[in-house]
Design a protein around this ligand. Sequence first.
Ligand code: CO8
Length: 260
Amino acid sequence: STNYENLIFEEKDGIGFIKMNRPKALNALSKELLTELQQVVEYVEKTPSIKGVIITGEGKAFVAGADISLMVNYNSEEGRSYCKFAQSIFNRIENLEKPVIAAVNGYALGGGCELSMSCDIRIAGEKAMFGQPEVNLGIIPCFGGTQRLSRLVGTGVAKTLIFTADFIDAQEAYRIGLANKVVPQDSLLEEAEKMMRKIMTKGPIAVKYGKVAINKGYNMSLTDGLELETDLGALCFATEDKNEGMKAFLEKREAKFSEK
Ligand code: CO8
Protein backbone atom coordinates (compact mmCIF):
# COMPACT_ATOMS: atom_id res chain seq x y z
CA SER A 1 0.00 0.00 0.00
CA THR A 2 1.35 3.37 -1.06
CA ASN A 3 0.14 6.49 0.64
CA TYR A 4 -0.18 9.79 -1.06
CA GLU A 5 -1.40 12.96 0.63
CA ASN A 6 -4.78 13.14 -1.06
CA LEU A 7 -5.55 9.58 -1.97
CA ILE A 8 -4.92 6.09 -0.72
CA PHE A 9 -3.67 3.43 -3.09
CA GLU A 10 -3.70 -0.20 -2.17
CA GLU A 11 -3.01 -3.30 -4.22
CA LYS A 12 -4.86 -6.37 -3.05
CA ASP A 13 -4.65 -9.69 -4.89
CA GLY A 14 -4.49 -8.14 -8.32
CA ILE A 15 -6.89 -5.26 -7.75
CA GLY A 16 -5.69 -1.67 -7.40
CA PHE A 17 -7.94 0.28 -5.03
CA ILE A 18 -7.81 4.06 -5.41
CA LYS A 19 -9.57 5.94 -2.65
CA MET A 20 -9.89 9.69 -2.98
CA ASN A 21 -8.95 10.97 0.42
CA ARG A 22 -9.56 14.66 0.91
CA PRO A 23 -12.78 14.26 2.86
CA LYS A 24 -12.76 17.72 4.47
CA ALA A 25 -13.28 19.20 1.00
CA LEU A 26 -15.50 16.30 -0.09
CA ASN A 27 -12.60 15.02 -2.23
CA ALA A 28 -12.75 18.05 -4.52
CA LEU A 29 -10.19 17.78 -7.30
CA SER A 30 -7.36 20.04 -6.21
CA LYS A 31 -4.25 20.24 -8.39
CA GLU A 32 -2.46 18.09 -5.82
CA LEU A 33 -5.17 15.43 -5.84
CA LEU A 34 -5.24 15.37 -9.65
CA THR A 35 -1.45 15.12 -9.79
CA GLU A 36 -1.51 12.15 -7.44
CA LEU A 37 -4.32 10.56 -9.43
CA GLN A 38 -2.19 10.94 -12.53
CA GLN A 39 0.77 9.31 -10.77
CA VAL A 40 -1.30 6.40 -9.55
CA VAL A 41 -2.85 5.87 -12.99
CA GLU A 42 0.65 5.80 -14.50
CA TYR A 43 1.67 3.23 -11.90
CA VAL A 44 -1.37 1.08 -12.64
CA GLU A 45 -0.71 1.29 -16.40
CA LYS A 46 2.79 -0.13 -16.06
CA THR A 47 2.15 -2.70 -13.32
CA PRO A 48 1.20 -6.07 -14.85
CA SER A 49 0.21 -7.60 -11.50
CA ILE A 50 -2.72 -5.16 -11.31
CA LYS A 51 -5.55 -6.69 -13.31
CA GLY A 52 -8.31 -4.24 -12.49
CA VAL A 53 -8.97 -0.97 -10.69
CA ILE A 54 -11.66 0.17 -8.27
CA ILE A 55 -12.04 3.89 -7.60
CA THR A 56 -13.94 5.17 -4.57
CA GLY A 57 -13.98 8.04 -2.08
CA GLU A 58 -13.44 8.49 1.63
CA GLY A 59 -16.28 10.00 3.66
CA LYS A 60 -19.61 11.19 2.35
CA ALA A 61 -18.41 12.04 -1.14
CA PHE A 62 -17.04 10.10 -4.06
CA VAL A 63 -15.80 13.42 -5.46
CA ALA A 64 -17.81 16.66 -5.12
CA GLY A 65 -16.22 18.11 -8.23
CA ALA A 66 -13.51 20.40 -9.40
CA ASP A 67 -12.06 22.60 -6.67
CA ILE A 68 -14.20 25.74 -6.57
CA SER A 69 -11.82 27.54 -4.19
CA LEU A 70 -9.16 27.13 -6.87
CA MET A 71 -11.30 27.97 -9.90
CA VAL A 72 -12.73 31.13 -8.38
CA ASN A 73 -9.49 32.95 -9.23
CA TYR A 74 -8.90 31.37 -12.63
CA ASN A 75 -9.00 33.33 -15.84
CA SER A 76 -9.95 31.74 -19.13
CA GLU A 77 -6.48 30.36 -19.90
CA GLU A 78 -6.08 28.90 -16.43
CA GLY A 79 -9.53 27.35 -16.72
CA ARG A 80 -8.51 25.82 -20.02
CA SER A 81 -5.34 24.27 -18.66
CA TYR A 82 -7.11 22.89 -15.54
CA CYS A 83 -9.68 21.37 -17.83
CA LYS A 84 -7.05 19.87 -20.17
CA PHE A 85 -5.13 18.41 -17.22
CA ALA A 86 -8.18 16.67 -15.75
CA GLN A 87 -9.35 15.49 -19.17
CA SER A 88 -5.96 13.94 -19.91
CA ILE A 89 -6.08 11.92 -16.68
CA PHE A 90 -9.69 10.84 -17.21
CA ASN A 91 -8.83 9.79 -20.78
CA ARG A 92 -6.04 7.60 -19.43
CA ILE A 93 -8.47 6.00 -16.99
CA GLU A 94 -10.96 5.41 -19.79
CA ASN A 95 -8.25 3.87 -21.97
CA LEU A 96 -6.53 1.74 -19.30
CA GLU A 97 -6.16 -1.75 -20.70
CA LYS A 98 -7.78 -3.16 -17.58
CA PRO A 99 -11.32 -2.92 -16.27
CA VAL A 100 -12.08 0.03 -14.01
CA ILE A 101 -15.08 0.16 -11.67
CA ALA A 102 -16.25 3.32 -9.92
CA ALA A 103 -17.67 2.42 -6.49
CA VAL A 104 -19.72 5.57 -5.97
CA ASN A 105 -20.11 5.99 -2.23
CA GLY A 106 -21.66 9.46 -2.04
CA TYR A 107 -21.64 12.76 -3.93
CA ALA A 108 -20.41 12.35 -7.50
CA LEU A 109 -20.88 15.91 -8.67
CA GLY A 110 -19.40 17.85 -11.55
CA GLY A 111 -15.85 16.53 -11.99
CA GLY A 112 -16.78 13.63 -9.70
CA CYS A 113 -19.59 12.50 -11.95
CA GLU A 114 -17.18 13.01 -14.85
CA LEU A 115 -14.51 10.89 -13.17
CA SER A 116 -17.04 8.11 -12.61
CA MET A 117 -18.01 8.28 -16.29
CA SER A 118 -14.42 7.69 -17.36
CA CYS A 119 -14.63 4.34 -15.55
CA ASP A 120 -16.02 1.29 -17.35
CA ILE A 121 -18.77 0.50 -14.83
CA ARG A 122 -20.44 2.54 -12.08
CA ILE A 123 -21.73 0.74 -9.00
CA ALA A 124 -23.67 3.06 -6.71
CA GLY A 125 -24.14 2.72 -2.99
CA GLU A 126 -27.64 3.70 -1.83
CA LYS A 127 -26.27 7.03 -0.60
CA ALA A 128 -24.75 7.99 -3.94
CA MET A 129 -25.85 11.28 -5.51
CA PHE A 130 -24.97 12.24 -9.05
CA GLY A 131 -25.16 15.61 -10.73
CA GLN A 132 -23.56 18.11 -13.07
CA PRO A 133 -24.21 21.36 -11.17
CA GLU A 134 -21.72 23.51 -13.09
CA VAL A 135 -24.32 25.96 -14.41
CA ASN A 136 -24.87 27.00 -10.77
CA LEU A 137 -21.34 28.37 -11.00
CA GLY A 138 -21.72 29.94 -14.42
CA ILE A 139 -19.68 27.30 -16.21
CA ILE A 140 -20.31 24.04 -18.05
CA PRO A 141 -18.98 20.56 -17.29
CA CYS A 142 -15.46 20.63 -18.70
CA PHE A 143 -13.94 17.37 -17.49
CA GLY A 144 -15.74 15.40 -20.20
CA GLY A 145 -19.29 15.75 -18.86
CA THR A 146 -21.01 17.24 -21.88
CA GLN A 147 -19.56 14.46 -24.02
CA ARG A 148 -19.60 11.37 -21.84
CA LEU A 149 -22.94 12.00 -20.13
CA SER A 150 -24.78 12.41 -23.42
CA ARG A 151 -23.10 9.30 -24.80
CA LEU A 152 -24.15 7.32 -21.72
CA VAL A 153 -27.73 8.52 -21.27
CA GLY A 154 -28.64 10.40 -24.46
CA THR A 155 -28.73 14.11 -25.19
CA GLY A 156 -32.19 14.82 -23.74
CA VAL A 157 -31.42 13.35 -20.33
CA ALA A 158 -27.94 14.91 -20.36
CA LYS A 159 -29.38 18.34 -21.13
CA THR A 160 -32.00 17.95 -18.39
CA LEU A 161 -29.29 17.18 -15.83
CA ILE A 162 -26.81 19.79 -17.08
CA PHE A 163 -29.33 22.65 -17.55
CA THR A 164 -31.19 22.12 -14.23
CA ALA A 165 -28.10 21.20 -12.15
CA ASP A 166 -30.38 18.74 -10.31
CA PHE A 167 -28.83 16.02 -8.17
CA ILE A 168 -30.19 12.52 -8.70
CA ASP A 169 -30.02 9.60 -6.28
CA ALA A 170 -28.67 6.11 -6.93
CA GLN A 171 -32.01 4.66 -8.07
CA GLU A 172 -32.64 7.45 -10.55
CA ALA A 173 -29.06 7.17 -11.81
CA TYR A 174 -29.71 3.47 -12.31
CA ARG A 175 -32.99 4.14 -14.08
CA ILE A 176 -31.36 6.41 -16.66
CA GLY A 177 -28.39 4.10 -17.14
CA LEU A 178 -25.78 6.26 -15.46
CA ALA A 179 -25.30 3.79 -12.59
CA ASN A 180 -25.08 0.18 -13.69
CA LYS A 181 -25.94 -1.36 -10.34
CA VAL A 182 -27.22 -0.14 -6.96
CA VAL A 183 -26.12 -1.95 -3.82
CA PRO A 184 -26.53 -1.45 -0.07
CA GLN A 185 -24.16 1.23 1.18
CA ASP A 186 -22.40 -1.09 3.62
CA SER A 187 -21.51 -3.64 0.97
CA LEU A 188 -20.45 -1.22 -1.78
CA LEU A 189 -16.76 -2.08 -1.84
CA GLU A 190 -17.48 -5.75 -1.33
CA GLU A 191 -19.88 -5.74 -4.32
CA ALA A 192 -17.42 -3.82 -6.48
CA GLU A 193 -14.68 -6.28 -5.59
CA LYS A 194 -17.01 -9.22 -6.22
CA MET A 195 -17.80 -7.97 -9.71
CA MET A 196 -14.13 -7.28 -10.42
CA ARG A 197 -13.11 -10.77 -9.21
CA LYS A 198 -15.74 -12.27 -11.49
CA ILE A 199 -14.38 -10.27 -14.44
CA MET A 200 -10.86 -11.43 -13.50
CA THR A 201 -11.88 -15.09 -13.96
CA LYS A 202 -12.65 -14.41 -17.64
CA GLY A 203 -10.22 -14.38 -20.54
CA PRO A 204 -8.20 -11.24 -19.77
CA ILE A 205 -7.27 -10.55 -23.38
CA ALA A 206 -10.91 -10.93 -24.37
CA VAL A 207 -12.01 -8.47 -21.68
CA LYS A 208 -9.32 -6.04 -22.82
CA TYR A 209 -10.32 -6.24 -26.49
CA GLY A 210 -13.98 -6.01 -25.54
CA LYS A 211 -13.19 -2.72 -23.82
CA VAL A 212 -11.18 -1.41 -26.78
CA ALA A 213 -13.89 -2.45 -29.25
CA ILE A 214 -16.63 -0.70 -27.26
CA ASN A 215 -14.64 2.45 -26.49
CA LYS A 216 -13.14 2.99 -29.94
CA GLY A 217 -16.20 1.74 -31.75
CA TYR A 218 -18.36 4.30 -29.98
CA ASN A 219 -16.57 7.06 -31.86
CA MET A 220 -16.83 5.33 -35.24
CA SER A 221 -19.44 4.62 -37.85
CA LEU A 222 -21.13 1.22 -37.51
CA THR A 223 -19.24 -0.02 -40.56
CA ASP A 224 -15.85 0.95 -39.10
CA GLY A 225 -16.83 -0.33 -35.66
CA LEU A 226 -17.77 -3.73 -37.10
CA GLU A 227 -14.46 -3.86 -38.91
CA LEU A 228 -12.63 -3.09 -35.66
CA GLU A 229 -14.69 -5.78 -33.92
CA THR A 230 -13.74 -8.30 -36.61
CA ASP A 231 -10.04 -7.47 -36.29
CA LEU A 232 -10.04 -7.75 -32.51
CA GLY A 233 -12.14 -10.92 -32.68
CA ALA A 234 -9.61 -12.43 -35.07
CA LEU A 235 -6.81 -11.46 -32.68
CA CYS A 236 -8.63 -13.37 -29.91
CA PHE A 237 -8.65 -16.45 -32.16
CA ALA A 238 -4.85 -16.24 -32.26
CA THR A 239 -4.52 -16.55 -28.47
CA GLU A 240 -3.85 -19.57 -26.28
CA ASP A 241 -6.66 -18.36 -24.06
CA LYS A 242 -9.16 -18.97 -26.87
CA ASN A 243 -8.02 -22.57 -27.20
CA GLU A 244 -8.10 -23.03 -23.44
CA GLY A 245 -11.51 -21.38 -23.03
CA MET A 246 -13.18 -23.47 -25.70
CA LYS A 247 -11.49 -26.73 -24.70
CA ALA A 248 -12.44 -26.15 -21.06
CA PHE A 249 -16.07 -25.68 -22.08
CA LEU A 250 -16.12 -28.90 -24.09
CA GLU A 251 -14.33 -30.78 -21.31
CA LYS A 252 -16.83 -29.38 -18.77
CA ARG A 253 -14.16 -27.83 -16.57
CA GLU A 254 -13.12 -24.32 -15.59
CA ALA A 255 -10.75 -22.52 -17.92
CA LYS A 256 -7.24 -21.62 -16.75
CA PHE A 257 -6.36 -18.49 -18.66
CA SER A 258 -2.70 -17.53 -19.07
CA GLU A 259 -3.14 -14.13 -20.74
CA LYS A 260 -1.36 -15.44 -23.83
N1 CO8 B 1 -14.71 22.52 -4.37
C1 CO8 B 1 -14.14 23.00 -3.27
N2 CO8 B 1 -14.62 22.78 -2.03
C2 CO8 B 1 -15.73 22.03 -1.91
C3 CO8 B 1 -16.38 21.50 -3.04
C4 CO8 B 1 -15.82 21.77 -4.32
N3 CO8 B 1 -16.35 21.26 -5.45
N4 CO8 B 1 -17.46 20.82 -2.61
C5 CO8 B 1 -17.47 20.91 -1.28
N5 CO8 B 1 -16.43 21.65 -0.86
C6 CO8 B 1 -16.08 22.00 0.54
C7 CO8 B 1 -17.02 23.03 1.09
O1 CO8 B 1 -16.65 24.32 0.69
C8 CO8 B 1 -16.86 22.80 2.58
O2 CO8 B 1 -15.67 23.41 2.98
P1 CO8 B 1 -15.59 24.14 4.44
O3 CO8 B 1 -15.83 23.06 5.44
O4 CO8 B 1 -14.21 24.69 4.45
O5 CO8 B 1 -16.68 25.18 4.45
C9 CO8 B 1 -16.66 21.30 2.68
O6 CO8 B 1 -16.25 20.87 1.37
C10 CO8 B 1 -17.91 20.54 3.03
O7 CO8 B 1 -18.92 20.91 2.13
P2 CO8 B 1 -20.35 21.47 2.60
O8 CO8 B 1 -20.26 22.14 3.91
O9 CO8 B 1 -20.91 22.27 1.47
O10 CO8 B 1 -21.15 20.10 2.76
P3 CO8 B 1 -22.72 19.87 2.66
O11 CO8 B 1 -22.95 18.48 3.13
O12 CO8 B 1 -23.45 20.99 3.29
O13 CO8 B 1 -23.04 19.95 1.08
C11 CO8 B 1 -22.66 19.46 -1.25
C12 CO8 B 1 -22.54 18.98 0.20
C13 CO8 B 1 -24.13 19.57 -1.65
C14 CO8 B 1 -21.99 18.42 -2.12
C15 CO8 B 1 -21.98 20.83 -1.42
O14 CO8 B 1 -20.70 20.77 -0.85
C16 CO8 B 1 -21.81 21.28 -2.84
O15 CO8 B 1 -22.79 21.68 -3.48
N6 CO8 B 1 -20.57 21.25 -3.37
C17 CO8 B 1 -20.23 21.76 -4.67
C18 CO8 B 1 -20.64 20.83 -5.74
C19 CO8 B 1 -20.31 21.39 -7.11
O16 CO8 B 1 -20.81 22.43 -7.51
N7 CO8 B 1 -19.49 20.69 -7.87
C20 CO8 B 1 -19.15 21.03 -9.22
C21 CO8 B 1 -17.92 21.86 -9.29
S1 CO8 B 1 -17.55 22.32 -10.98
C22 CO8 B 1 -16.86 20.89 -11.66
O17 CO8 B 1 -16.70 19.93 -11.01
C23 CO8 B 1 -16.41 20.80 -13.11
C24 CO8 B 1 -15.86 22.07 -13.56
C25 CO8 B 1 -14.94 21.94 -14.72
C26 CO8 B 1 -14.07 23.15 -14.73
C27 CO8 B 1 -13.10 23.16 -15.83
C28 CO8 B 1 -12.48 24.54 -15.99
C29 CO8 B 1 -12.66 25.04 -17.41
